[in-house]
Design a binder for this molecule. Structure first.
Ligand code: Z5A
Length: 212
């Protein structure tokens, strides 16, 4: 039974390789949900606007160098500094569509050779997403979409290792979507899955936490 007081927003995460189309699809999902009368916000990690986020940003732009463990912990801290705001938004009924989350943190750092369990540890206790959408594309196809920029991780060989790392993180709750199809086809698929999740959360699906 769905009491109104239980109603909450959904925490929906998009993951995938660079150029998989996450950013494009996030904005389409926002318009779709707004259009159907839902409160929704678009977030992304890293959030480059905070103090920690500025350190991450300069690292990604190769303007600074950091030990692999140190940058991993900064990415995680960048999620922790948003955790309480995230929870209050969700509790007040706002759905959050998030471009990258803890799975990116683990996939990218473990692709550098860091131990997966070590990578997961600082993420434990963050809110678990209600839905993870993985936009599946091979690194080669993604690279064909043109314009890898100059940022640190935008290299084919590294993206291949990230793709492998993601594969070790999948679980049965993830929705793997073929991201090589047209933008419209991908959008249609995502809309259905997302709406189902939003409705389930409105009915008071309980919060859970990551990796505990
Ligand atoms: N990182 C990390 O190491 N640890 C962490 O904890 C976190 C992140 C959170 C910066 O992320 C880097 O930080 C990122 C992971 C690491 N490094 N990499 N790689 P970011 O969020 O700033 O950057 P990004 O997510 O990788 O890239 P992006 O530019 O936002 O890409 P996208 O969102 O996947 O794609 P898009 O902009 O929507 O589309 C890319 C292009 O493809 C564009 O020209 C589109 O028009 C085209 N496109 C999109 N969909 C299609 C379809 N269906 N067909 C054809 N063409 C398409």
């Amino acid at each position: 039974s769905s009491k109104k007081s239980d109603s909450r927003g959904a925490l929906i995460v998009l993951e995938g390789l660079d150029r998989c189309g996450k950013t494009s699809q996030c904005s389409k999902l926002i318009s779709y949900l707004e259009g159907s009368g839902h409160a929704v916000e678009s977030w992304r990690f890293p959030d480059r606007n905070t103090g920690v986020g500025q350190m991450i940003s300069s690292y990604l732009m190769n303007e600074s160098h950091l030990d692999d463990h140190a940058i991993h912990l900064l990415f995680s801290a960048n999620r922790w500094e948003k955790r309480s705001l995230m929870e209050s938004k969700l509790r007040s009924g706002t759905t959050l569509i998030i471009d990258r989350y803890a799975f990116s943190g683990v996939a990218f750092s473990s692709a550098k050779g860091l131990d997966v369990e070590w990578c997961k540890a600082p993420e434990a206790g963050l809110l678990a997403p209600d839905l993870v959408l993985y936009l599946d594309i091979s690194p080669e196809k993604a690279a064909e979409r043109g314009g890898y920029g100059d940022e640190r991780y935008e290299k084919l060989e590294f993206q291949q290792r990230v793709a492998q790392s993601y594969r070790t993180l999948y679980d049965a709750t993830w929705k793997i979507v073929d991201a090589t199809r047209s933008m419209e086809d991908v959008e249609e698929q995502l809309k259905q899955i997302v709406m189902e999740c939003v409705l389930k959360c409105q009915e008071g699906k309980p919060f859970t936490q990551l990796w505990q």
